[in-house]
Design a protein around this ligand. Structure first.
Ligand code: FMN
Length: 303
């Protein structure tokens, strides 16, 4: 039986993207600084703690960032301790991943009592060299995608976001994710991966060799992803990728997103500056929408 879509109540329809400054302590600061975010997304939580790659893990030109963090995260017990002891005012979305198919529902069942929704990280393009990561292949494997989303659906009755990779056949992946019970599609994770070379040292800059692309330069890639997926499915979309102004956020709404996430633009900012930026973005979105609600902009670019 197809599942009934579940909704996230996020006012305003803005969140942070998983990965950058996304711990409970930071969310508490953002609450206090009156950030115009309707909810918060955690760093991706896995079955166990892991260090990821050693530095350097970030290469940043100001227009584009490459990261090869490879999902460093604190142990799940420590996440649960934080959920219990560090309350926040906005709904928290738990981003989760597994190294093996069966680990996804295991992680979900441990965190789902503490969150308003679950975001499945189904497409991280960076990994520790030599490691075989499920994350890099799940998006290209219809069978695995169906199994992971189906198991996740069975593990939670809360809103489920399938965050896809722009680097795969995302229309096929979106169809499977929706059929398997996802309520939202996350569009999307980092692009590429790309590679930067330190020409003086004559070697790759990143210790992980290549890294996922984020920031301003990748926005058109994910705007197209949102546009294509909305045109095909008219499904609720949570968009990520290179948003740093209200114009960028409106662009994603018009492409078909109903929620917009902010990631790389938060790098190098204090929580006070992050909060100010979110207010500027939200004020600009509302000003642009005029007398109408911003939801009227969703899908407006589709003729
Ligand atoms: C340093 C860094 C770490 C990230 N870690 C995660 C992660 O743990 N889980 C995830 O789903 N996405 C992760 N992402 C992807 C972002 O959530 C987002 O999808 C992507 O960066 C595009 O948005 P942006 O250009 O606004 O950053 C990470 C991105 C960056 C730059």
């Amino acid at each position: 039986m197809p599942s009934v879509p579940r909704h996230l109540e996020l006012h305003p329809p803005l969140v942070n993207g998983s990965g950058l400054l996304c711990f409970l302590e930071v969310f508490q600061h953002l609450d206090r600084q009156r950030a115009a975010l309707g909810g918060y997304v955690t760093k991706s939580i896995g079955p166990e703690g892991r260090p990821g790659n050693v530095a350097p893990v970030v290469y940043d030109t100001g227009h584009v960032m490459l990261n090869s963090l490879a999902l460093p995260t604190q142990p799940i017990e420590s996440w649960i301790e934080d959920f219990r002891s560090l309350p926040v005012q906005k709904p928290v979305i738990g981003s989760v991943y597994g190294n093996r198919v069966e680990e996804w529902p295991e992680v979900i069942s441990r965190v789902e009592a503490y969150v308003a929704g679950i975001e499945l990280n189904l497409g991280c393009p960076n990994y520790v060299p030599g490691e075989t990561s499920l994350m890099t292949v799940v998006g290209d494997s219809p069978a695995m995608m169906r199994e992971v989303v189906g198991l996740a659906r069975a593990a939670t009755a809360k809103p489920l976001i399938a965050k896809l990779s722009p680097n795969t056949d995302y229309l096929a992946a979106a169809r499977i994710a929706l059929d398997a019970g996802a309520d939202y599609l996350g569009c999307g994770n980092t692009a590429g991966p790309g590679l930067a070379i330190d020409i003086e040292a004559a070697r790759p800059v990143l210790s992980g060799i290549s890294g996922g692309l984020s920031g301003d330069a990748m926005r058109p890639v994910n705007v197209k992803m949102v546009y294509d997926i909305y045109r095909e499915f008219r499904a609720p979309i949570l968009a990520y990728g290179g948003v740093s102004t209200w114009r960028d956020a409106v662009e994603y709404l018009m492409a078909g997103a109903c929620i917009v996430g902010l990631g790389t633009c938060f790098a190098y900012r204090s929580t006070r500056q992050m909060a100010r930026l979110t207010r500027q973005i939200w004020e600009g979105m509302q000003r642009f929408a005029g007398s109408r609600d911003v939801t009227h902009l969703v899908g407006a670019a589709h003729v």
